[in-house]
Design a protein around this ligand. Structure first.
Ligand code: NAD
Length: 287
């Protein structure tokens, strides 16, 4: 029997726990946890993501500070805004919705966010701490995947995990988190030769390539756990990187798209924001 890994239900559980922590934080400190959300331009998909993230925050009692800026906002203006948000004690986390318009230097903007407010986990400090296995904020999507594997009792230790994709925000941190959980990890990318044969070695296959239905049954070992991070827009809605229909019968567990990794990514943003606030609160108490 193939288990369907239900990201929506698990995300709801994460939000329930976060709501309790938000309330306790407020009672103890008199401060509401705050997330600044920066959206530049009018990309419709980004607007949808931001709306959903803000609605998740509202649900758990996190206050959001909305910064919607025109597409022609300059790099200098954006950097100034990040500096203000870094200095604002009501802001515990800063989310800059990517992609930014072409004229912006994303790397420079992300690098400007204080690591302790980097709730997306994209800064060099957060990624460096991930590599070193030290305490710090982890990137939301890979963290959400790890939480799903844990919640569904999927053994990672000693297993062969294959990650398809090597982006800085998904593939690379995902491979590091799986490695930290003692998997043997192979990372595939657009130069990998004979992708199906590499994927067929996977006990756990995480796909984040951004290519609709790239992974079909020819890529799956019987009984593999398949996690589909991909989000592609088709005529009938969202499509994953995995051809669910052909792959599901072979897999022991699989995430659907939508309703799999996506909601967990947002839930981890909420959780990272709460953790950032708790840490800031305890640092203030110790000074
Ligand atoms: P990206 O474009 O930055 O990276 C894609 C990676 O996949 C690259 O490393 C590339 O080498 C590899 N790749 C592309 N085509 C390939 C192929 N045919 N064979 C092997 N490797 C291939 O993308 P990203 O930001 O990592 O996102 C990947 C996908 O995940 C996208 O569909 C994106 O929308 C989705 N995504 C989903 C969530 C979520 O919450 N569900 C979060 C982030 C990204």
């Amino acid at each position: 029997m193939t288990r369907i890994i239900d990201g929506n239900s698990l995300a709801a559980i994460v939000r329930e726990q976060a709501a309790i922590q938000v309330q306790e934080f407020e009672q103890q400190t008199g401060t509401t946890i705050g997330l600044a959300v920066v959206l530049v331009g009018d990309d419709p998909a980004s607007a949808v993501y931001v709306r959903m993230k803000e609605s998740d925050c509202a649900q758990v009692g996190i206050r959001t500070f909305d910064h919607r800026l025109p597409a022609d906002t300059s790099q200098a203006e954006l950097l100034d805004l990040i500096d203000c948000l870094n200095a604002d004690s009501a802001v515990h986390g800063i989310l800059v919705q990517l992609p930014l318009p072409d004229h912006c230097d994303e790397e420079e903007i992300i690098a400007r966010i204080l690591p302790e407010k980097d709730v997306d986990g994209f800064t060099a400090t957060s990624l460096g701490l991930t590599i070193r296995g030290q305490d710090g904020i982890r990137a939301c999507t890979p963290l959400g995947v790890m939480r799903m594997l844990d919640y569904y009792g999927i053994d990672i230790e000693g297993k062969h995990a294959v990650v398809v994709g090597r982006s800085t925000i998904v593939g690379k941190p995902q491979s590091l988190l799986l490695l930290a959980a003692n998997a043997t990890v192979t990372v595939c990318h657009s130069y990998t030769q004979d992708l199906p044969s590499v994927c067929r070695q996977a006990d756990i296959l995480v796909v984040a390539a951004g290519s609709a239905k790239l992974i079909d049954k020819s890529c799956i070992k019987c009984g593999a756990v398949v996690i589909d991070v991909g989000i592609n827009r088709g005529e009938d809605g969202l499509i994953g990187d995995v051809d669910f229909e052909s792959v599901a019968p072979l897999a022991s567990a699989i995430t659907p798209v939508p309703g799999g990794v996506g909601p967990m990514t947002r839930a981890m943003l909420v959780e990272n924001t709460v953790q950032a606030a708790l840490k800031a609160g305890s640092l203030r108490q110790n000074t």
